[in-house]
Write a protein that binds this ligand. Structure first.
Ligand SMILES: Nc1ncnc2c1ncn2[C@@H]1O[C@H](COP(=O)(O)OP(=O)(O)O)[C@@H](O)[C@H]1O
Ligand SMILES: N[C@@H](CC(=O)OP(=O)(O)O)C(=O)O
Length: 475
């Protein structure tokens, strides 16, 4: 029997000491401890501080460094990460000797990165060297710090508990190699015996193609899926803070959600489009092609089989998940658009140039509206570019939210009609709604403040009628 490859996300990593007593060791002894390769993300919030906040876009070290010509804001930001990393390992490591080693490790890496950035800034004060040409490498360098730290801490903790854990650092720190992702993984795994040792692999992997450039945030899952595919894992498992549930348990209450026993890659793609990464879409593709079965489990309930994800259709139509995200609606209205081609392509071109992620879109005779995952600041730049292209057009951006009801097969369920009714009954209004003929998702456009109660209302209507009843009686 071969090994499994298992990824632990950042939210769960912040509770590493609990993971030791559930997932990592639990009741296991001897050989039972092994046969599992773990891929770890940075502790919760660390990558946000290193790069930028995943949801709000608030700049971290990278953002500050990118924006500062001469400013020193990034220095403070780097010091802040260092403190956050130390707090993260102090919270999970029990032994003072381990804490000391981990703190030394953080200081070493952070100061190493700081010196590298200072040198680069100095070099780029000469006209021949452009900082802008190095921003991607800086992003790579910074992201790797988070996972190098969490893997190091995990190994310290496990070795202290008597496990034969081995640090597999793919972050390429001070290494001269120029490897592809595949070479980097295979080289690091050479001589590692998962049957006798527990490899703890960094979710960040330095590689020629650039993990950040190719996949950006959520990249640990890409390393995880490649590792599982390349080493012929028996199963790939993603451990999360909760079971993959019918709605965010933090939002509608853990007692009201239903665990998904099984779903497919189509649903996983819809979830990642909504910013809720059940699995990174590129990672899903790798596993699907390598025919490695994927499971999503609750890291703190290791006995539970969790959710199996494959490419099978549903046996019966059902709503599986209600989720949502904040969006910006970019509206381009121009009377002259009627019957003219090319507007859409030009808008897409501008959005691509500014790196804006499109969630969804609608159009009619003279208006194209894109629903975007972006900040208003970026939208101003997009609007300026569009105004130059189409001086007659009325271009506007508006902050809104989108709730989405998702399932492998929503046919016959009248999700659009019933959803609109549920929203109205709860006292809210949907500004727009879309249901496609493929029937895997229905999207409701809402005012920003209405998203959370509307998710609760939709979840009540489609998944947990008892909870809805309770809400009503309470009201
Ligand atoms: N449908 C859902 N099922 C489970 N968790 C969800 C769902 N929607 C949102 N979440 C939230 O996602 C958060 C992060 O989950 P997790 O995948 O563990 O994070 P990470 O990306 O750090 O691995 C959880 O704390 C939970 O509140
Ligand atoms: N820490 C990285 C990589 C990652 O995959 O994280 P998580 O597993 O916590 O989503 C990020 O935030 O992008």
């Amino acid at each position: 029997m071969t090994h499994t490859v298992e990824k632990i996300g950042g939210t769960s990593m912040s509770r590493l000491n609990e993971l030791r007593d559930t997932l990592l060791i639990g009741g296991r002894e001897g050989d039972d401890l092994y046969g599992r390769v773990f891929v770890v993300s940075a502790f919760g919030g660390i990558t946000d501080l290193l790069l930028e906040h995943k949801k709000s876009g608030k700049p971290g070290v990278y953002g500050q460094f990118a924006n500062s010509d001469t400013g020193h804001g990034w220095h403070d930001a780097l010091t802040e990460v260092s403190q956050a990393m130390i707090e993260a390992h102090e919270a999970v490591l029990g032994h003072p000797g381990d804490v000391e080693q981990a703190t030394d490790f953080v200081r070493n890496r952070i100061e190493g990165a700081r010196n590298c950035l200072i040198d680069l800034q100095r070099l780029c004060s000469y006209g021949h060297f452009q900082l802008s040409e190095h921003m991607l490498q800086i992003r790579e360098l910074l992201s790797g710090l988070g996972e190098a730290h969490s893997a190091y801490v995990t190994v310290l903790m496990l070795q202290r508990a008597g496990v034969n854990a081995r640090n597999v650092d793919l972050s390429g720190w001070r290494d001269d190699g120029h490897y592809t992702l595949e070479e980097r993984i295979m080289k690091a795994m050479e001589g590692v015996d998962p049957a006798a040792e527990m490899p703890i692999v960094t979710g960040y992997a330095q590689c020629a193609e650039g993990l950040m450039r190719e996949f950006d945030r959520g990249y640990s899952e890409v390393t995880f899926s490649k590792l599982a595919a390349l080493t012929g894992a028996r199963e790939a498992i993603i451990h999360k803070e909760f079971h993959l549930s019918s709605a965010d348990p933090k939002l509608v209450g853990a007692e009201n959600v239903r665990k998904l026993g099984r779903t497919n890659y189509d649903v996983a793609d819809q979830l990642s489009n909504m910013g809720m990464e059940a699995i990174h879409p590129k990672a899903a593709k790798t596993l699907r092609q390598a025919q490695v079965p994927l499971r999503v489990t609750n890291a703190f309930e290791p006995g539970d089989p969790g959710t199996l994800i494959d490419d099978q259709p549903a046996e019966t139509p059902a709503v599986e998940i209600v989720t949502g995200l904040d969006i910006v609606a970019l509206e381009v209205f121009e009377q002259d658009m009627v019957g003219v081609k090319g507007y859409d392509a030009a808008i897409l071109d501008v959005l691509t140039r500014h790196g804006v992620r499109i969630v969804s879109k609608v159009s009619n005779a003279n208006t194209i509206t894109h629903y975007l995952d972006s900040s208003l600041k970026t939208m101003r730049r997009v609007e300026d570019d569009l105004a130059k292209l189409y001086p007659q057009a009325k271009i506007s951006s508006r902050t809104l939210s989108m709730a989405s009801v998702i399932g492998r097969d929503l046919s016959t369920l009248c999700v659009l009609t019933r959803g609109l009714q549920a929203i109205a009954e709860a006292g809210y209004e949907s500004i727009g709604a879309t249901q496609g003929p493929r029937n895997v998702d229905v999207q409701f456009i809402l005012e920003r403040n209405d998203l959370e109660p509307v998710i609760a209302a939709l979840h009540g209507a489609f998944v947990s009628p008892q909870a809805k009843q309770k809400l009503k009686t309470a009201a």
